[in-house]
Design a binder for this molecule. Structure first.
Ligand code: 15L
Length: 273
């Protein structure tokens, strides 16, 4: 039986996977963060600790076939925090994967590696990166790391470019494009564990009518999402849209607005005066 490790098991995405994957027969070990956390059921296989620390990584990865790496900073934060959690800890985890003979790492990438694309375009999985901040930039590093560990060390890699996953219906206008329902998330994780693939990048969203992304690469690993944010559109469209003009214009939404330089304040605009 395949042994699967899940890091970030107490985060938004990890909480759903930790609860649901064992129901699908997955033998799961979950890393719950820096401190120990109560088990969900008797005998649950749990670890904790700082993933920059090789001993904590080994405790998570010993005897593991597939790692689903969901740990890390998941929002825009100061550079040092992003470097510690999304660059250094990620590297420590990949080195741990090598040490422990892990066959595959599923890396939680993000739509924010592409957030500066306009909300009116649909992206294929081979689109060039256009990160919308330091967090998105760290996911570019992560995707390149996944690629390098396949090319150089033979560790299979799937980069999941997760949209908006919460264990609830979509909550705003943007999520009509970026939402991934919990059922689709679990189905996607199962394909990431089981699909015969060496390296793939897959958009992690439901089959949304207003999707920003072309889902054909996901089809390649057998992911056929069943949920659709559009089912909630009447309710969402009846409410005021609180996003400002910048957040509406770009796929990254509110993330783009953080530390954004408006056109009139850019260097070119000053020269034009
Ligand atoms: C992400 O990558 C974040 O981790 C999450 O907090 C959400 O903001 C999500 O993207 C999103 O774009 O909605």
């Amino acid at each position: 039986m395949v042994k699967v490790a899940l890091s970030g098991a107490c985060g938004h995405v990890g909480t759903v996977l930790r609860r649901e994957l064992p129901k699908h027969g997955i033998d799961l070990r979950s890393s719950v963060g820096l401190e120990a956390a109560p088990a969900l059921h008797a005998g649950e296989d749990l670890t904790h600790g700082d993933l920059r620390d090789a001993a904590a990584v080994d405790a998570l990865l010993q005897g593991v076939d597939v790692l689903i790496h969901m740990a890390g900073t998941s929002i825009e934060r100061p550079l040092q925090e992003i470097i510690d959690n999304n660059l250094i800890a990620l590297h420590a985890v990949y080195e741990g994967a090598r040490r422990n003979g892990v066959k595959r790492v599923v890396f939680a990438s993000s739509n924010h590696a592409f957030g500066m694309y306009g909300a009116d375009v649909k992206l294929r999985s081979d689109a060039a990166y256009r990160p919308d901040g330091l967090y998105g930039l760290s996911k570019v590093w992560g995707e390149a790391m996944a690629r390098m560990y396949w090319d150089k060390h033979g560790i299979e890699g799937i980069c999941l470019r997760i949209g908006t996953t919460k264990d609830c219906p979509p909550e705003d206008f943007r999520q009509l494009s970026t939402w991934m329902g919990a059922k689709d998330l679990v189905a996607l994780a199962l394909r990431c564990i089981e699909a015969p693939v060496d390296f793939a990048v897959v958009w992690g969203i439901s089959d949304n009518d207003r999707a920003y992304y072309d889902l054909s690469e996901g089809n390649r690993i057998g992911f056929a999402p069943q949920q659709n944010a559009e089912d909630f559109a009447p309710e969402i469209l009846a409410r005021p849209n609180h996003m400002n003009a910048v957040a509406r214009r770009f796929q990254g939404g509110e993330f783009v607005t953080l530390d954004y330089t408006p056109p009139e304040a850019r260097p070119g605009a000053q020269h034009a005066r």
